[in-house]
Design a binder for this molecule. Structure first.
Ligand code: SAM
Length: 294
C-alpha cells in the first residue's frame, strides 16, 4: 500500500464517523475515496498527503513556513522532550485508570505536528492500545509539514473555534502553547475524557524576555488568567510545573528566536542583541493543566 495515497485516505474512511461538517454540522462520509462529504453536499477533498482542509477560505496568520521550519528544528534538538515525556505519562495513567482499548487523541493547535506525533509513539512504546491521533491547526503550512512527517495521524486544517468533529469523540484533547476554545473542547470531549493544556510558566525563555522587554510590563509573565479561564469550564484534576534548562548553540538560538511568538513584538535591534547573546543554555518553564468535565 502507498503510504502517501491510498493508505492515508483509508485512515479517513475508517474514522469518518468522528467528523462533522463545519458548515451545517451534519454527519460526514467519505465519497469515492477522495472527498469527505456531508448529507447537505458540503465537500472537502482528502489531499494525497493525508490531510483535509476544512476552512472555507484561506486564513493569513503570523505563523508562517519559516516559523514552523524553525519550530520543527527546535523540536528535533530535544527542547520539548521532558514535556512530551510528562504528557505521555499523564495520558498513559489515564488510559490505564479508565481501562480504555480504543483511544482517540486530538491535538488542537498542533502546529508542525511534532508533539502529538511523538506522544503517540511514546505511548505505543509502553502500552498496547488502539490509538488514533488527530491534529488540527488553522495554518496550512503547519499541517503540510506535519503530514510529511507523521503518516498515522489524521491532519486537518481547521479552526479550533469550529472543530470539524462530532460531539464526544475524543478521550484526550491536547492544547499546547496554543489558543483555546473551551466550549468546543467541552463539546468534542468524551464525558470521561481529559483536556491537557500547556502554558508557559513565568521563567519560560526568560533570557529572551529580559532582552526583548527589559523595563516594560511585558518583562514579567503570569499564567494566572489562563488557569482561571480553564477552571471555569473544566474541573482541574492536576497541575504540573515543569522546569528545566536546555542546551543551546548559536544555530539553535537563532531558530529558537524565529520559532517563538515572544519575538513578534521585539524591535529589530533587540532581536539582533538576542541572536548575539553569549549563552549555552536557555530556561524552559511549563505549566501543565489537566482537567475533566465538571
Ligand atoms: C505557538 S504555536 C504552537 C504550535 C504547537 N502546539 C507547538 O507547541 O509547537 C500556536 C499554534 O496555534 C495555531 N492556531 C492559532 N489560532 C488557531 C485557531 N483558531 N485554530 C487552530 N489553530 C490555531 C497556530 O497556527 C499555531 O500553529
Amino acid at each position: 500500500m502507498n503510504r502517501d495515497g491510498t493508505y492515508r485516505k483509508t485512515k479517513f474512511v475508517q474514522n469518518s464517523k468522528i467528523f462533522r461538517c463545519p458548515i451545517c454540522k451534519e454527519e460526514m462520509n467519505v465519497h469515492q475515496f477522495k472527498d469527505m462529504v456531508c448529507s447537505q453536499g458540503h465537500n472537502f477533498n482528502i489531499a494525497k498527503k493525508g490531510y483535509i482542509n476544512f476552512l472555507l477560505k484561506a486564513v493569513k496568520t503570523d505563523y508562517d513556513k519559516d516559523m514552523f521550519y524553525s519550530r520543527n528544528l527546535i523540536h528535533s534538538s530535544g527542547f520539548f522532550d521532558p514535556l512530551l515525556e510528562s504528557l505521555s505519562n499523564s495520558i498513559i495513567k489515564r488510559i490505564q485508570e479508565k481501562d480504555v482499548r480504543k483511544v482517540n487523541i486530538l491535538d488542537a493547535g498542533c502546529g508542525d505536528g511534532s508533539h502529538i506525533g511523538q506522544i503517540i509513539n511514546k505511548i505505543y512504546e509502553k502500552l498496547d492500545r488502539d490509538i488514533s491521533g488527530f491534529g488540527v491547526d488553522i495554518s496550512k503550512e503547519g499541517i503540510l509539514l506535519a503530514s510529511k512527517q507523521y503518516f498515522e495521524i489524521l491532519w486537518c486544517v481547521a479552526d479550533l473555534t469550529n472543530l470539524p468533529f462530532a460531539s464526544k469523540g475524543f478521550d484526550v484533547i491536547l492544547n499546547i502553547l496554543s489558543p483555546a476554545n473551551y466550549d468546543e473542547f467541552y463539546r468534542v470531549l468524551e464525558d470521561d475524557g481529559i483536556l491537557i493544556k500547556v502554558v508557559p510558566g513565568k521563567d519560560y525563555l526568560k533570557e529572551l524576555r529580559n532582552i526583548f522587554y527589559e523595563g516594560t510590563e511585558k518583562q514579567e509573565y503570569s499564567n494566572d488568567e489562563v488557569v482561571k479561564l480553564f477552571s471555569r469550564k473544566f474541573r482541574v484534576l492536576d497541575t504540573i510545573e515543569l522546569k528545566y534548562s536546555h542546551k543551546m548553540d548559536k544555530d539553535n538560538l537563532a531558530h529558537l528566536i524565529a520559532m517563538t511568538p515572544l519575538s513578534w513584538k521585539a524591535t529589530d535591534d533587540k532581536i539582533k542583541e538576542a541572536v548575539g547573546m553569549d549563552i549555552d543554555s536557555i530556561s524552559v518553564d511549563f505549566l501543565i493543566i489537566i482537567g475533566e468535565k465538571g
